[in-house]
Design a protein around this ligand. Structure first.
Ligand code: GDP
Length: 417
């Protein structure tokens, strides 16, 4: 161990940067002399700062779905499936029922609810989620919780539900794609429900059989409360010794645009607070760009329509021809802040997947609504944002082309949020 650590110290700065996502922590070195225990960065933060660090890089490097099959062999566990409401159904793993079996109790956690407009109707959202889960092969859901891990919204209610459905010999597994907020959710559970916010406890890391991947386990008795065993919001009781809440590695969604981005770019793209919608008049022949990651062309139509954008990225409207030129320049020009991300050198831009048409001739027909201004279709770039198309007159049709990196991660939805 000492030799490896010294070798890491001697590496160049660049190589150290590469070791970091692999889980090596400089601060972990400090613990060596005292306890003869070396923690990886993630365990160190969990143990000493009660924080889970973002592990997407680490996960991306090692992940496949095989660990889900391990859950199939487990008996009657509780599965907490986390999805990102801002990237749904993109952040849902397809055919989960088949992959993990239907013998578990499954709670769906729709995270990042704080990003949605305030006037959303939770019942409608739950219905919409249920319908789409079923379309994507997840029917076995006991309950749906709309949560914000960041703001601790509905976390106590979630704990109560787990407590209600749980037998005391069950482990709990947290599953979900990378960047849906699993780590943030664990931190939120610790803040909200754990004894003294998770004070002194030992983190367990156990190997998932048949894979090279580790899971991190929080002992359930961590959530015992010294103030009383049955305090509302506490998930567990004294019989829980030896049972764990396992944070499983993030699944890299095949269709996630976010999986192309590095840490710096993710920060730029993932919204941290409620998005303010921006509405534009959109004329035929125009193109709307979201940074270097998304584009929609208004190809055919007689009249201007209305387009409302929900995204943290800079939106920019230009003509379709100019948009083509823009992207040609992108791979040859170092400084193009308009089209970030991708960020950085020409090398990065060249290696980044080109945006290509993923939906050709997407036809939208105006519907007769008492409210003329009603939006009729959302075009969603998973994890990046969406635009709502409205103002199309009753019976008239308009046609769009939609673009994304490698043609990935775009879907449409008819139920506006
Ligand atoms: P993981 O890969 O599933 O562990 O995801 P993380 O917990 O690392 O979260 C990914 C990103 O989403 C981070 O930038 C978080 O700050 C952000 N995030 C997580 N939960 C929430 C939430 O409830 N609301 C908002 N606005 N952002 C969140």
């Amino acid at each position: 161990k000492h030799e490896i650590e010294d070798a890491i110290d001697n590496l160049s700065q660049d190589l150290k940067g590469l070791m970091y996502p692999l889980g090596y922590s400089k601060s972990a070195r400090k613990t060596r002399d005292k306890e003869e225990t070396i923690f990886c960065q993630r365990c160190y933060n969990l143990r000493y700062h009660n924080k889970i660090i973002n592990s997407s890089w680490q996960d991306t490097l090692t992940l496949d779905k095989s660990f889900l099959q391990f859950l199939q062999k487990k008996q009657n566990s509780i599965i907490l499936t986390v999805i990102d409401i801002f990237d749904f159904p993109g952040s849902l793993t397809k055919d989960l029922d088949q992959l993990i079996g239907r013998h578990h109790s499954n709670i769906l956690i729709a995270n990042k609810i704080d990003l949605l407009p305030k006037d959303i109707d939770p019942i409608r959202i739950k219905m919409w989620l249920k319908e789409h889960c079923s379309m994507y092969g997840l029917n076995n859901i006991q309950e749906i919780f709309l949560c914000s891990a960041k703001k601790n919204w509905n976390i106590k209610e979630l704990c109560n539900e787990i407590s209600r459905i749980r037998n005391y010999n069950d482990d709990i597994y947290l599953i979900g794609n990378t960047n849906v907020g699993k780590s943030e959710l664990i931190n939120s559970l610790l803040r909200t429900c754990a004894y003294h916010g998770g004070g002194n406890y030992k983190v367990t890391s156990s190997h998932i059989p048949g894979t090279t991947v580790n899971m991190f386990g929080l002992p359930l008795d961590l959530f015992n409360d010294a103030l009383g065993k049955n305090v509302k919001g506490m998930i567990f009781n004294e019989k829980d010794d030896g049972r764990f809440l396992f944070d499983t590695p993030g699944i890299v969604g095949e269709n996630q645009i976010l999986s192309y981005l590095n840490q710096e770019e993710l920060k730029m793209v993932i919204p941290q607070r409620n998005i303010l919608p921006l509405t534009f008049e959109f004329k035929p022949g125009k193109s709307l760009l979201f940074g270097g990651l998304g584009r929609i062309d208004y190809k055919e139509g007689n009249k201007p329509i209305r387009i409302t954008v929900f995204s943290k990225l800079i939106s920019h409207i230009t003509s379709i021809e100019k948009a083509n030129d823009f992207y040609e320049q992108l791979s040859s020009c170092d400084e193009n802040h308009f089209l970030e991300p991708p960020i950085g050198s020409i090398d990065r831009l060249k290696q980044f997947p080109r945006i290509i048409k993923c939906k050709r001739d997407l036809k939208v027909i105006g519907e007769c609504h008492p409210k003329k201004s009603k939006c009729i279709l959302d075009v969603v770039w998973g994890g990046i944002g969406w635009c709502s198309i409205g103002g199309v007159r009753d019976g008239e049709s308009v046609i769009f082309d939609v673009w994304s990196p490698n043609g990935k991660g775009v879907y449409t939805r008819h139920v506006p949020l």
